[in-house]
Design a protein around this ligand. Structure first.
Ligand code: FAD
Length: 324
């Protein structure tokens, strides 16, 4: 790798938005991600060996959906819709108190992806060659010798840390370690596959005052293929106590989602995924952080306002433009 390249550590939506802004200015880029695939927390998987007829269905087990309010992000989302990568999902989710659904709350349009949210990041990265991406590779250390950065054996003239903030801060100058402190919530996402749809027409439910779950998504409705698949998010307090054994909350989560949805059947297959750093409780108002002399920056959903997909995109794009 050339010492003149800009190294982007993190291949989630912020990292790829950053890479694309740099590429637009003609910069040489290289992306490193510790995952086997791009996308980070916009995570989707194809069901396999579930013993049901729904192997092949893609499930979103990270971010559930996204919204768009910034005019430039709105315009980007419209392009994705025209390309068939994104679909407008719904503007109405149900609300439950405890175990009882009490109504529907309308809100902004929530967007989903027919091939799963990760496919959006893959689509964004379609102009980036395989040689420009190293994965799976977890960067262990970052140093600067006065001329160049060294991220393990990778050399670069500039570095973009497009990671959850606690992970980015490990690589940042000491003053950054103390100046910003965020509390990040964990989530355990439990996917349940049923033999057939056995619940009312509901896209998703915000579950309040429930000791086990905070959210249920109908993944078949989200995907648009109608598969009988639900994903529930375990509440952060319960999740925090089970991060070393996420499967141990699967039964509780299924029981809780079944009571809310009025389901009496058991799922045929279920799986739990742990997100130790799912979301920060709040975001920094700045679009991103940049050390202009050193040419070291940070971007991601801890920046650009509230923590969400849109903020990560805006933040990564702003950092890429600033490093161009
Ligand atoms: C369960 C859950 C539900 C959510 N629901 C929503 C929602 O409904 N709506 C919404 O807008 N947002 C939601 N979010 C948040 C949304 O997913 C994030 O805001 C967004 O995906 C963040 O993108 P990012 O690029 O900043 O970070 P990430 O997607 O986390 O990308 C960071 C990347 O860095 C890589 N990485 C980390 N450390 C290293 C290292 N040392 N070396 C190399 N690579 C490394 C990781 O593999 C990862 O790919 C949710 C998140 C979770 C987990």
């Amino acid at each position: 790798m050339s010492s003149q390249q800009t190294l982007i550590i993190g291949g989630g939506i912020s990292g790829i938005a950053c890479a694309n802004a740099l590429r637009a200015s003609g910069a040489d880029i290289h992306i490193i991600d510790r995952g086997r695939v791009l996308g980070g927390r916009m995570a989707s998987r194809r069901l396999r060996e579930t013993g049901t007829a729904f192997d092949g269905h893609v499930v979103d087990y990270g971010a559930s959906y996204f919204t768009a309010s910034d005019p430039e992000f709105v315009s980007q989302v419209n392009e994705w819709i025209e390309s068939g990568v994104v679909r407008a999902w719904t503007d109405g989710f149900h609300i439950a108190e405890g175990e009882e659904i009490i109504g529907v709350k309308s809100g902004p349009m929530r967007y989903a992806a027919p091939a799963g949210l990760r496919s959006i990041v893959e689509h964004m990265a379609s102009g980036i060659s395989a040689e420009q991406i190293t994965q799976p590779y977890e960067v262990a250390g970052l140093s600067h010798d006065g001329t160049s950065f060294h991220a393990d054996d990778f050399e670069a003239s500039a570095v973009a840390l497009c990671l959850p903030l606690p992970q980015a801060q490990r690589f940042a100058p000491p003053e950054m370690l103390t100046s910003i402190e965020h509390v990040w919530e964990p989530v355990i996402a439990v996917t349940a596959v049923f033999e057939e749809r056995c619940w009312p027409e509901i896209d998703g439910v915000f579950v309040n005052d429930n000791p086990v779950i905070t959210w249920i998504a109908d993944d078949g409705a989200r995907r648009g293929d109608g598969a009988p698949v639900l994903v529930a998010h375990v509440n952060p307090v319960l999740a925090a106590g089970h991060l070393d054994d996420p499967d141990s909350v699967t039964g509780l989560a299924i029981a809780a989602m079944s009571r809310v949805m009025g389901i009496t059947e058991l799922p045929s297959w279920a799986s739990a995924h742990r997100w130790s750093l799912a979301k920060p409780m709040a975001g920094e108002p700045d679009l991103m952080w940049l050390h202009p002399e050193l040419r070291l920056g940070m971007a991601g959903d801890a920046w650009a306002g509230s923590p969400k997909v849109e903020s990560a995109w805006l933040s990564g794009r702003a950092l890429g433009a600033a490093l161009s």
